[in-house]
Design a protein around this ligand. Structure first.
Ligand SMILES: [Zn+2]
Length: 305
């Protein structure tokens, strides 16, 4: 059975897909518009407009990109997993005003969807950037405490060691400071609570869920493969921020990508593997439908929602 999209409204906060015995649920924290050439310096508006399949989910009629920040809950018969915990509330993010001191209803939305904080077994971070680890912790009585007290927090060992080292790659002004703040309020408290497991690139989380190494955006970046029965899905993480990168594999974000060439090679390899296969590809920042099937198109790819 191919994965099916059971949602009836692609713009709603809650969206879910069924993959065999596994349910995957999207919980949106925020959605923003951006100019694609600002994010990907190699891109032009003409090239974006030449990709009609990006509309309406991933670009506006004017050709602006839509970027979603959301978490994905993976509910398997034996494990409840949350993949990437967005930006979080109340956080000092230095120069990054977009992510500073958010006050969203994310946690209430998660609970409303039926997922109490204490019901999670695993927190999975595809990498350790600010918009993927924020709800690892929450402010309680003036202290940062683990949001998911009964979960093991899985971090890729390579990724953790890179960000724990004193000097990091930071082409964008202020990014080092944001990462330092992020480590302090979103990672250190879960380390102190003894909830972190450092895992390898190919770690198997449970029968249905396994990590896949997809480096480039960060050194230890991982994606998440879900298999159940004949259903298969892949959660990208930030190996591709926007579906336009399927058509232009070399569109990267040099300000924050650790290794742009490696990111391009990863997109080529992963999209080649999933293209024209019955594998639902779910984007970590893809808005609207958020997921689709990858199809070969010319010498690159497109997404069919
Ligand atoms: Zn991100």
């Amino acid at each position: 059975m191919a994965p099916e999209d059971n949602s009836d409204d692609s713009s709603s906060t809650l969206k879910h897909w069924r993959v065999g015995d596994v349910t995957i649920i999207r919980i949106v924290e925020s959605q923003t518009l951006f100019d694609i050439p600002d994010l990907f310096p190699k891109a032009t508006l003409e090239e974006v407009r030449a990709l009609p399949w990006l509309s309406p989910h991933f670009v506006t009629p004017e050709g602006r990109g839509i970027l979603s920040v959301h978490a994905l809950v993976i509910d398997t018969p034996t494990r409840r997993i949350i993949v990437d915990t967005c930006v979080g509330n109340d956080k000092d993010r230095g120069a990054w005003a977009l992510y500073a001191n958010l006050q969203t209803s994310f946690l209430a939305d998660l609970e409303k969807a039926g997922f109490a904080r204490d019901s999670f077994d695993v927190v999975l971070c595809t990498h350790m950037h600010v918009d993927h680890v924020g709800w690892n912790t929450m402010l309680f009585d003036g202290e940062w405490v683990p949001t998911f007290p009964n979960a093991r927090y899985l971090l890729n060992r390579t990724e953790f060691e890179y960000w724990s080292a004193p000097s990091q790659h930071a082409a964008q002004p202020g990014f080092d400071e944001v990462q330092r703040l992020t480590m302090a309020d979103s990672l250190q408290p879960v380390l102190d609570a003894g909830l972190v497991d450092l895992v390898e690139d190919d770690h198997r989380v449970c029968d249905e869920v396994v990590l896949v190494s997809t480096p480039g955006h960060t050194p230890g970046h991982v994606s998440v493969r879900i298999s159940s029965g004949t259903g298969q899905a892949l959660i990208t993480g930030d190996m591709a921020h926007h579906p336009s990168q399927l058509a232009h594999l070399d569109w990267s974000i040099p300000q924050i990508d650790f290794d742009s060439d490696q990111g391009t090679a990863t997109r080529q390899e992963v999209f080649s593997q999933v293209a024209d296969e019955p594998i639902l590809v779910i984007g970590t920042h893809w808005a609207g439908a958020t997921a689709g099937m990858v199809k070969r198109s010319g010498d690159a790819f497109r997404l069919e929602c």
